[in-house]
Design a protein around this ligand. Structure first.
Ligand code: F6P
Length: 373
């Protein structure tokens, strides 16, 4: 009997999802004679059995289209929001998987999706995954698709902020996405020539940042670009967070756990106002005017870059081949110019942050860019 692949796109959308679906669908149907069924809106669509055939005409015209034609959601199989509660809907999904006679479920997603796919695998489903996220924080892949496009958008934004910062003699604090990893801020900060780059991996000292801006001023440069990752923390915030996490780890009962979680949550809420606070503090410490730009979802929208189209074309076709060969339980990773199958258990639950000895950090230090430490 013909093999059938089920596909979902889950988590935040990312440029390149549609080109990945196209490559997977075309190779699976055209080369390996398989059927491909897409489920809408991530794991929720698998639970609610909302499908779309990913074959023939449905795969045309997708290469350059942003977003995902399948739709997406952050819903998790084992904690599905259902009428105000979170329920484990794994069994319903397993039944739908069986009813469609699927041979494998292919999940395109970031860290959360890799974890959910791994859980489904442990429950007995055949799964394959593809790493996608603009945050670039998935383990055991050279890069995740979507990162290159977001990097280009953020870099162009920083380029544009330069001329306005320069004209008005201002500090501009520009926030990139990236969750708890600094890849996007560091990459775009370097590529866009930021003067200060703050990332979650290096808690910063506010006074060192202010000194760097003041030193530029003393050299006759009255503007500065401060690129900040959304997860960046000052030294004090990082200490408070570490204390909250230690309390949570040491909690012995429900009440203690609740209190520790509440503490961590409060810090995370404060984090939302982080760049505005930083901008105000820099104004006070440097006597320069400061403005804030939050790049936000612009970084995820629109057409994928040529690099992301190439990556997703490789990843999609390689995934179709693994499915045809009956090789399951892997994330199909980017490796050099090609791909590699990495056991999913080595990926799920891990996050790839910027290591201390990364060449981008070394270059930043050699350019005298302030990293806040
Ligand atoms: O994980 C991708 C990402 O874009 C992060 O960089 C960001 O923190 C988050 O998603 C935003 O999520 P949402 O789209 O749910 O606001």
């Amino acid at each position: 009997m013909d093999r059938t692949i089920g596909v979902i796109t889950a988590g935040g959308d990312t440029p390149g999802l549609n080109s990945a679906l196209r490559a997977l669908g075309k190779a699976a149907t055209g080369v390996y004679g398989m059927h491909v069924i897409g489920f809408r809106d991530g794991f929720r669509g698998l639970m609610e059995n909302r499908t779309m055939r990913l074959e023939g005409d449905a795969l045309s015209g997708l290469l350059s289209v942003g977003g995902t034609i399948l739709g997406t959601s952050r819903d998790k199989p084992h904690r599905m929001p259902m009428g105000g509660r979170h329920l484990d809907m794994t069994e319903v999904m397993m039944r739908n998987y069986e009813n469609h006679h699927l041979d494998v479920l292919v999940c395109l997603g970031g860290g959360g999706t890799q974890k959910s796919a791994h859980r489904l695998m442990q429950s007995g489903l055949n799964v394959l995954t593809i790493p996608k996220t603009i945050d670039n924080d998935i383990m055991h892949t050279d890069v995740s698709f979507g990162f290159d496009t977001a990097l280009g958008i953020a870099t162009e934004a920083i380029d544009r902020l330069h001329s306005t910062a320069h004209s008005h003699h201002r500090i501009i604090v520009v926030e990139t996405m990236g969750h708890n990893a600094g890849w996007l801020a560091l990459g775009a900060g370097l590529a866009g020539g930021a003067d200060v780059i703050l990332i979650p991996e290096i808690p910063y000292d506010l006074h060192k940042v202010a000194q760097a801006v003041t030193a530029r001023r003393q050299r006759g440069t009255n503007f500065s670009i401060v690129a900040v990752s959304e997860g960046a923390l000052s030294k004090e915030e990082a200490e408070a967070l570490a204390a909250g996490e230690a309390e949570l780890a040491a909690a012995t009962n429900k009440k203690e756990r609740k209190l520790a979680k509440e503490k961590i949550r409060r810090l995370q809420i404060d984090q939302h106002d982080h760049v505005s606070k930083l901008s105000r503090q820099l104004e006070q410490l440097t006597q320069l005017e400061s403005r804030v730009t939050i790049l936000g979802h612009v970084q995820r929208g629109g057409a994928p870059s040529a690099v992301d189209r190439l990556l997703t074309t490789n990843l999609g076709t390689a995934t179709a081949r693994l499915a045809a060969e009956g090789q399951f339980g892997y994330m199909v990773a980017v490796k050099g110019a090609g791909t590699a199958a990495v056991p999913l258990e080595n990926v799920a639950g891990h996050r790839r942050t910027v290591p201390d000895d990364h060449p981008w950090l070394e270059s930043a230090r050699n350019l005298n860019i302030c990293l806040g430490d």
